[in-house]
Design a protein around this ligand. Structure first.
Ligand code: ADP
Ligand code: MG
Length: 347
């Protein structure tokens, strides 16, 4: 082993950040199997099974980091744990087929509580047409951890990687951004109010949409279906789990390009806009850095513009430019800034 074991050296993981850490840990793992087509670095790994492509992605949800059981119903948690994984499979322009579910739990959780989680998992399996085919169950000293792996199928030539964006391609975004983050802010605010005065009732009715985006996200299977119907293959694609800015940076870095993003093209739901203003936040900042929207960011060849122009819920928000032109945001006020990627820092 090399210098990693030098006992005198202790590097805090915060120095590297999530993505730096992943790069650091995985850089000495060259792919050796001819069937390993894509390894670390995309939404899912791609494995060649004699011409059929299998895509695999895994994600973990940790109590206290990704969810708070004070406001996260267990059934929704089960549903969301599946959705966040399927989203990565759709982001490859592939179809999820199976999942495995691993769970670590303390004795705080009853059989009935686990049944609720699995009720949510079952609902997601049936909605997205995937089979639960395995997993692992173990105990944890405290708290709940859910890890889901999704396995899907894709067609050679039709997968959409993060590295396929080319200068001149159009940047497209599905749905709307920032709502899940604002839903979380509302849930956190009501939790704090409740903790300081357990007698008061949370005011959640008016914010159903935003809260729903946090507690019951959907993966954009409908978009992948639309692509097939319209004969469209995005040149690159990534799902928006950590905020548009961070995902756009991944896409640009891996494609070796820059981007010119139009603020006016970034879709924001009116409820999100209102809530952001109430929280004294800038709506575009919530859209750029919020996270957990599980929408898709993709690029298309401009010759395919007619194929997406009239499709519902797809917004054209800019253009891919040369790497040397950087990643820029053209604001509604007419200014051009360097875009900043914040992403999540859980450590
Ligand atoms: P996503 O947000 O799409 O789930 P991540 O940012 O979590 O993707 O991960 C980026 C890439 O790094 C993925 O290809 C993932 O499989 C890989 N990865 C993340 N953590 C690890 C790890 N601990 N060891 C190996 N690969 C990892
Ligand atoms: Mg992803």
């Amino acid at each position: 082993m090399s210098d990693h074991q030098d006992q005198t050296k202790r590097t805090d993981v915060n120095e590297l950040g999530e993505f730096g850490l992943i790069d650091h840990l995985t850089r000495d793992f060259p792919l050796t199997q001819p069937s390993s087509l894509t390894g670390v670095g995309d939404d899912a790994a791609v494995i060649d099974n004699n011409g059929y492509l299998t895509v695999v992605s895994t994600d973990m949800l940790v109590e206290g980091i990704h969810f708070d059981l004070m406001y996260f119903p267990l059934k929704h948690l089960g549903y969301k744990s599946v959705v966040v994984n399927l989203s990565d499979i759709f982001a490859m322009n592939a179809w999820p087929r199976q999942i495995t579910v691993s769970i670590a739990l303390s004795n705080r959780f009853s059989v009935e509580a686990l049944e609720e989680i699995y009720d949510g998992i079952r609902t997601a399996c049936s909605h997205y047409g995937v089979d639960l085919v395995g997993g692992d169950t173990t105990s944890s000293p405290r708290g709940l951890i859910l890890s889901v792996t999704a396995i899907g199928q894709g067609e050679a030539g039709k997968l959409a990687y993060r590295n396929g964006a080319r200068v001149g391609d159009l940047i497209c975004i599905t749905g709307n951004l920032g709502a899940a983050y604002l839903g979380l802010q509302i849930l956190e605010r009501e939790k704090q109010l409740y903790l300081s005065n357990p007698g008061i009732q949370p005011e959640l009715e008016e914010q159903q949409y935003l809260i729903g985006r946090q507690l019951k996200p959907e993966a954009r299977m409908d978009m992948i279906e639309l692509f097939v119907k319209n004969g469209l293959v995005p040149t690159s694609m990534i799902d928006i789990s950590d905020g548009l800015a961070s995902e756009l940076f991944h896409l640009c870095k891996q494609s070796g390009v820059g981007a010119f993003l139009e603020e006016s093209g970034v879709p924001i739901h009116p409820d999100a806009e209102m809530a952001a203003i109430n929280f004294k936040l800038d709506p575009i900042t919530c859209a750029l850095s919020g996270g957990e929207d599980y929408e898709l960011l993709f690029t298309i060849d401009p010759k395919d513009l007619d194929k997406v122009k009239y499709l519902p819920d797809i917004y054209i928000a800019g253009e891919i430019v040369k790497a040397s032109d950087g990643v820029k945001l053209h604001t509604k006020g007419g200014n051009i800034h360097d875009l900043k990627a914040q992403g999540w820092r859980h450590f």
